[in-house]
Ligand binder design. Structure first.
Ligand code: SIN
Length: 297
């Protein structure tokens, strides 16, 4: 197994699937990380796109400290239930189906969340996100991850040529759970509804590997095409690219921390029984100053 050594800590890296993901073992995140360990973890995230740390016992302060080694933290976003963050930590977003005093304590409920990357409706989408499991259901609620490099590679050659140079509009009205974001009207016409246009194919700034930047399927649009043609092409791309064999699904245990690179992956969540509790704390990491973001292919 590949090992990373430094004066204070030794951890080992164990890939969890062919496409992406690695489990980091022998690292207690509740203890301060020395700079060499922190930069080895950033490198591991670059290489494996998803990192899994099992059996952690973290306070919100620990979670914020660990996440902060990867870049500046965004504030919790405004969700369908308002801005729901952990008490005292505006950077710690709560994802949960738990109700307290008749009100949801978190976002996304118990339903499915469709394949998506976070906040790609922004000009500069977040670099990474991290989930820490506090309560998990006995069935369902797994989170799947998909490499967008593998998704691009999976396109047949004629489709690769067809998508070259195209852009895609990322819808800003609805979240991954299908809930309307506060302040938006339901989209009527995808050609005119609000969103941000990005290149459909992007390249990694150092390896030049190509990846698809799909964001999410609902209300997406390829500018310049008639809506019916855009819908048909997007359906074709999604069918070719979003394949079970390219994805890896994490089965949660309490104490798991999972971090993913939001630029080169998409994720989704299975639904779970609403009479079971699921409580996750989440941080979102902005692109650190000086780090090159994606570039158009
Ligand atoms: C998310 O889409 O960020 C939430 C994923 C999850 O709840 O597992």
């Amino acid at each position: 197994m590949p090992q990373t050594n430094n004066p204070q800590t030794t951890f080992s890296i164990h890939p969890v699937s062919a496409a992406l993901g690695a489990e980091i073992r022998d690292l207690d995140l509740s203890r301060p990380l020395d700079p060499a360990t922190a930069s080895a973890l950033v490198e591991a995230l670059d290489r494996h796109l998803v990192l899994v740390f099992r059996d952690q016992t973290l306070s919100d302060a620990d979670f914020v400290r660990v996440s902060g080694h990867f870049g500046p933290l965004d504030k919790a976003p405004i969700t369908e239930n308002g801005r729901l963050h952990a008490p005292g930590y505006e950077e710690v977003y709560v994802i949960s189906n738990i109700m307290e005093n008749g009100r949801p304590i978190g976002a996304l409920g118990a339903g499915e969340s469709v394949w998506h990357a976070d906040m790609t409706y922004l000009e500069t989408p977040p670099y990474a996100s991290s989930l820490y499991a506090l309560e998990v259901p006995t069935e369902g609620g797994d989170t799947g991850f998909l490499s967008m490099f593998a998704a691009y590679d999976a396109l047949p050659e004629p489709l690769k040529r067809r998508v070259e140079g195209l852009s895609i509009k990322h819808d800003s009205t609805t979240n991954s759970g299908g809930y309307l974001r506060r302040g938006f009207a339901p989209p009527v016409d995808v050609a005119t509804s609000p969103g941000t246009v990005h290149p459909l194919v992007i390249t990694h700034p150092t390896t030049n590997a190509r990846a698809l930047l799909l964001g999410r399927r609902p209300h997406a649009y390829i500018p310049g095409l008639p809506v019916a043609e855009s819908e048909a092409l997007l359906d074709e791309i999604w069918a070719a690219a979003v394949r079970p064999e390219l994805a890896w699904h994490h089965r949660w245990r309490v104490g798991d921390l999972v971090m993913w690179d939001n630029r080169w992956t998409m994720h989704r969540r299975d639904p779970f029984p609403d009479d079971q509790r699921r409580l996750m704390h989440r941080t979102q990491i902005a692109v650190p100053a000086g780090r090159r973001q994606t570039v158009a292919a």
